[in-house]
Design a protein around this ligand. Structure first.
Ligand code: MSP
Length: 511
């Protein structure tokens, strides 16, 4: 990470069909990290976009009887709209059909040529259009007379054509050395081991151009060849920063990228090809690749070709975006595949959002409205039970930055929701309503600590449930510039005289 700058990306989406829950999942994870880092006072640049070249898109456009660019314009917009529906806080939405991207890819290609890593030959082997990936013979299985990739299950076809190759084999030892020196380059570690073992087993040179179709960026000075869509697509991370203009402020501030969030299906491209291309071009590789698991439907990866798609837009309409974001981040375990269902979504909304955090906010705000005219004064007294809650909270917040830094979202959320649980329990035990008549000071004391806890929990949950948490922070009259994580050193967030506004119901219980 350069100074205080944090550059985070999602994979850019193939605009070949409608967005599904897997896309939503990848994007929300990245958004949560982006928002967390912003709240922690980092200068964040968050990128997403669409991957518009290659045979897969050309074929999808042909199916619709549309010119590829017209087709891409339409579907790219659907993905751009998705960023709004998911409440993503991206700073840019890149399209690989943009001119600046074309310039960037051409420069990267020229650099690889200059390094002596590109040569012309012939590719003979298996190719999956759906994955836009080449597969070795030992990665192919046969079922009912058809050949499939054993890795992704996608159908493969035999390809024989003239192609430029990248000397990936020459990078094998340098990559192993790089992984060794950068132990946290691939997270989780199980994935890191997979990659290291794959590289150790031997790398073959990689075909990086195609001649049998036209939809893509042409190889410089050779119109017959279109640049391999993965070399093209990966470069988006650079073109968004206006590479090759290395004096550009964005490039200077944000390269190398801090974190590429990707699904495990595209790990090989990001963790092997990408650093090899960058090292060959004399550019620094990103700091980290975080590879999440798949959202499953039944036991299968959710995908258009398998027709088992849960539509994120329908879920957002029916349950709400914060609800979907919270559920995906809490319930799908770090780095593993996760089976999702409406039943578990509803249970999660009820137990954590409606009954726990939502209830905590509602009961405290409405009590203060009804009994204190919306104003609470902090007192200097700290009782044993107050101290216990403060200490327990500090214990739970102690490792939160570390958990986020390890991309361990589940543990992060668990700790924060535990704070909410403890605060609800504190109110039950301390019974502020009992002090209404005889001990106003104690009542104020309890309520001010409860509000302080609510402010902390809301800031901590803000990256995950931005809408609801912002409502609470606004109702607490907490200024934007105070909604950051500096309280993690143990200090208070709210002033001594806390004036609140009315808070409407945050999460409806699902019956
Ligand atoms: N265009 C490439 C990425 C290029 S990045 C330089 C691509 N696009 S994609 O639209 O197929 O997938 C985008 C992201 O969604 C990937 O991270 C992929 O892993 C993720 N998901 C797609 N289906 C998924 C699930 N069912 N579950 C979780 N994520 C999966 O790959």
């Amino acid at each position: 990470m350069k100074n205080n700058n944090f550059y985070i990306t999602t994979p850019i989406y193939y605009p070949s069909g409608q967005p599904h829950m897997g896309h939503a999942y990848s994007s929300i994870i990245a958004d949560v990290f982006a928002r967390f880092m912003r709240n922690d006072n980092y200068n964040v640049y968050f990128l997403t976009g669409t991957d518009e070249h290659g045979l897969k898109i050309q074929k999808a456009a042909e199916k619709e009887n549309l010119e590829p660019l017209i087709f891409c314009n339409q579907i790219s917009k659907v993905f751009k709209d998705l960023t709004k529906s998911l409440n993503l806080s991206n700073d840019d939405f890149i399209r690989t059909t943009e001119k600046k991207h074309h310039i960037s890819v051409t420069e990267l290609w020229n650099r690889l040529v200059k390094s002596g890593d590109i040569y012309l030959s012939k590719y003979k082997g298996w190719y999956s259009v759906s994955d836009e990936a080449y597969y070795n013979l030992d990665e192919i299985v046969e079922k009912n007379g058809k050949k499939y990739s054993s890795f992704s299950g996608s159908i493969v076809e035999w390809v024989e054509e003239e192609s430029f190759f990248f000397k990936l084999s020459a990078w094998q030892n340098k990559l192993l050395d790089f992984y060794d020196k950068n132990k946290d380059f691939i997270i989780p570690y199980s994935r890191r081991n997979e990659v290291v073992n794959f590289v150790k087993s031997g790398l073959k040179d990689l075909s990086i151009s195609r001649t049998s179709f036209t939809w893509g960026i042409k190889v410089p000075n050779n119109d017959k060849h279109v640049i391999y869509v993965w070399l093209d697509a990966l470069t988006n991370y650079l073109s968004a920063l206006n590479f090759p203009n290395t004096n550009d402020k964005l490039y200077k501030n944000f390269w190398p990228a801090s974190l590429h969030v990707i699904g495990k299906d595209i790990l090989r491209f990001h963790a092997i090809y990408w650093p090899a291309f960058l090292l060959s071009a004399n550019l620094e590789p990103p700091n980290r690749i975080y590879s999440h698991g798949w959202i499953l439907s039944g036991d299968e990866k959710m995908s258009k070709s398998k027709n088992n798609i849960l539509n994120p837009l329908e879920i957002i309409d029916n349950y709400g975006i914060d609800q979907l974001r919270y559920y995906l981040m809490k319930e799908v375990s770090h780095g593993s595949d996760g089976n999702i269902s409406l039943k578990s979504l509803e249970n999660c909304i009820n137990s954590d959002l409606a009954n726990n955090y939502g209830n905590l906010c509602q009961r405290v705000f409405s009590f203060i409205k009804n009994n204190c005219n919306n104003v609470v004064n902090r007192t200097k007294i700290i009782t044993k039970s107050d101290k216990l809650l403060i200490d327990e909270t500090n214990k739970l917040t102690k490792n939160l930055r570390l958990e986020m830094n390890k991309q361990n979202l589940n543990q992060y959320i668990k700790s924060v929701i535990d704070i909410s649980f403890l605060t609800n329990k504190y109110i039950n035990d301390e019974e502020p309503w009992k002090h209404k008549k005889q001990d106003i000071e104690r009542m104020n004391n309890i309520l001010s600590l409860a509000l302080e806890q609510i402010a902390k929990i809301s800031i901590l949950l803000n990256p995950i449930i931005p809408k609801a948490s912002t409502k609470v922070l606004e109702a607490l009259n907490l200024k934007n510039q105070s909604r950051n994580l500096s309280f993690l050193d143990g200090s208070n967030i709210l002033s001594d005289k806390i004036k609140i506004n009315e808070l409407n119901i945050l999460f409806k219980k699902i019956i």
